[in-house]
Design a protein around this ligand. Structure first.
Ligand SMILES: *[C@@H]1O[C@H](CO)[C@@H](O)[C@H](O)[C@H]1NC(C)=O
Ligand SMILES: *[C@@H]1O[C@H](CO)[C@@H](O)[C@H](O)[C@H]1NC(C)=O
Ligand SMILES: *[C@@H]1O[C@H](CO)[C@@H](O)[C@H](O)[C@H]1NC(C)=O
Ligand SMILES: *[C@@H]1O[C@H](CO)[C@@H](O)[C@H](O)[C@H]1NC(C)=O
Ligand SMILES: *[C@@H]1O[C@H](CO)[C@@H](O)[C@H](O)[C@H]1NC(C)=O
Ligand SMILES: *[C@@H]1O[C@H](CO)[C@@H](O)[C@H](O)[C@H]1NC(C)=O
Ligand SMILES: *[C@@H]1O[C@H](CO)[C@@H](O)[C@H](O)[C@H]1NC(C)=O
Ligand SMILES: *[C@@H]1O[C@H](CO)[C@@H](O)[C@H](O)[C@H]1NC(C)=O
Ligand SMILES: *[C@@H]1O[C@H](CO)[C@@H](O)[C@H](O)[C@H]1NC(C)=O
Ligand SMILES: *[C@@H]1O[C@H](CO)[C@@H](O)[C@H](O)[C@H]1NC(C)=O
Length: 335
């Protein structure tokens, strides 16, 4: 019974003064050397933090940028000239990150994926990167390489999907951390015009009196599965039947909008050639349905030919079957 009391006594009498004196010594030490401890503390903090800020943080920032996605939800090409156009584009950022760094405005080169040369540079505005954030581009872009843009326009014309690359080196800042530079290299998959699949001449009539050198009129249907609105100006198309030129079709002031486009068309067709074709004894089109081949000839805006759209139009061949018997019957010619 007395033993625990003794030990208690011992412990209180022995250890208590020792502790006090140690604490006092420690206090005196800090009082004298506090600045050294502060320096050591700051040095250790910096040794840990600096690599995090200057090595880890840029790496994390870069991998966040790598993981984000970019979609183009609308794109308008307006006021085209042979070496520039007005671009309006809405891009949407996709990101699963909980960090929402600021990406500074940067100059991005835009190219068709796999192309050796960019067709233009676009100043991408500053954006707070987070899921669903919109980037709106509205500027006159110079076609630094009109040939490369012709290849892009042709790829848009011929393909169901195209891949467009955006490349730049923007500054990025997360919260109060320092600004760092990241590599922005994104490939956007966009729907193309897919060879204008579904193109049709829904109506066509022979005009009794030619107007402005055009002797037929009608309506064309052009589906546009892409998100692009394209101002193409005055479009001329070559018409032929079985390799024999038959004239031209004109789509004046053509603006191709996303979705279904129903557009007035006028044509200058060699009527005597068509009539002799369907009335000849060797007429291969007994039912009056004549297969017209349509190929792009040119795209002209404000009097200037647009070589890139001309190239895109020329790359595509369309065939439509037109009921010539019906068109002739409308003007009183019965075969
Ligand atoms: C980001 O992606 C590029 C390739 O596009 C790769 O070289 C780089 O290592 C990636 N960086 C990080 C931090 O993931
Ligand atoms: C972007 O498009 C891809 C498919 O192309 C889709 O999976 C993704 O959800 C889209 N992201 C946004 C932010 O719209
Ligand atoms: C961007 O990434 C693509 C592949 O995703 C690569 O082919 C291209 O060379 C990269 N661009 C640059 C400028 O590094
Ligand atoms: C075609 O022109 C005639 C006049 O020659 C006009 O009556 C008709 O409405 C026009 N049709 C179309 C589809 O433009
Ligand atoms: C376009 O027309 C097709 C039929 O030709 C129809 O199925 C489709 O719904 C139309 N699209 C729009 C956006 O009107
Ligand atoms: C129309 O076609 C006929 C027969 O093919 C040809 O002789 C004539 O020169 C053509 N006219 C024009 C204006 O091309
Ligand atoms: C385009 O049309 C013009 C006449 O307007 C013609 O002389 C020229 O050969 C056509 N070009 C092509 C590539 O079909
Ligand atoms: C298309 O041609 C017509 C007649 O030549 C002209 O009045 C019009 O300005 C042209 N449109 C464009 C966009 O160049
Ligand atoms: C279009 O037709 C021309 C001549 O008939 C041919 O040389 C060209 O390869 C065709 N283009 C396509 C995309 O089918
Ligand atoms: C062409 O039009 C004529 C006259 O309207 C009609 O009798 C004929 O059935 C049509 N042919 C076809 C293949 O639609």
């Amino acid at each position: 019974m007395s033993k625990p009391g003794v030990t208690e006594m011992e412990s209180t009498t022995v250890s208590s003064p020792a502790k006090r004196s140690f604490g006092a010594r420690l206090g005196a030490h800090f009082k004298k050397w506090w600045w050294l401890h502060l320096i050591i503390f700051i040095a250790v903090l910096l040794i840990i933090l600096l690599p995090v800020i200057y090595v880890g943080y840029p790496h994390i920032a870069q991998s966040q940028v790598n993981d984000s996605t970019l979609n183009v939800t609308s794109m308008t090409i307006a006021d085209p000239t042979p070496d520039s156009f007005h671009l309006l584009q809405t891009q949407v950022i996709g990101s699963h990150s909980s960090y929402h760094p600021k990406i500074y405005s940067f100059l991005a080169s835009v190219s068709l994926l796999g192309s050796a040369q960019a067709f233009t540079s676009v100043q991408v505005p500053e954006v707070q990167s987070k899921d669903g954030a919109q980037v709106n581009v509205d500027q006159i872009v110079d076609l630094s390489n009109a040939g490369a843009f012709g290849d892009f326009a042709q790829a848009v014309m011929l393909n169901e999907e195209i891949e467009m690359n955006i490349y730049g080196r923007p500054g990025l800042r997360e919260g109060s951390l320092p600004k760092t530079t990241v590599t922005y290299n994104k490939t956007i998959t966009m729907k193309g015009l897919n060879k204008l699949k579904g193109f049709d001449v829904t109506e066509f009539h022979i005009m009794l009196e030619a107007q402005n050198g055009r002797n037929m009129n009608g309506t064309v249907y052009i589906p546009n599965p892409s998100v692009m609105t394209i101002t193409m100006g005055n479009v001329t198309l070559d018409l032929s039947v079985a390799g024999q030129p038959m004239g031209y079709s004109y789509l004046d002031n053509l603006v191709l909008k996303p979705g279904n486009n129903t557009i007035p068309m006028t044509s200058n067709v060699n009527q005597s050639a068509i009539i002799s074709l369907v009335t000849s004894s060797s007429n291969p089109y007994k039912d009056g349905m004549v297969p017209f081949s349509i190929t792009g000839n040119s795209s002209v805006y404000n009097g200037k030919q647009l070589p890139y759209f001309t190239q895109a139009l020329a790359s595509n061949n369309l065939t439509v079957n037109l009921n010539v018997t019906k068109a002739l019957a409308e003007i009183g010619i019965h075969l």
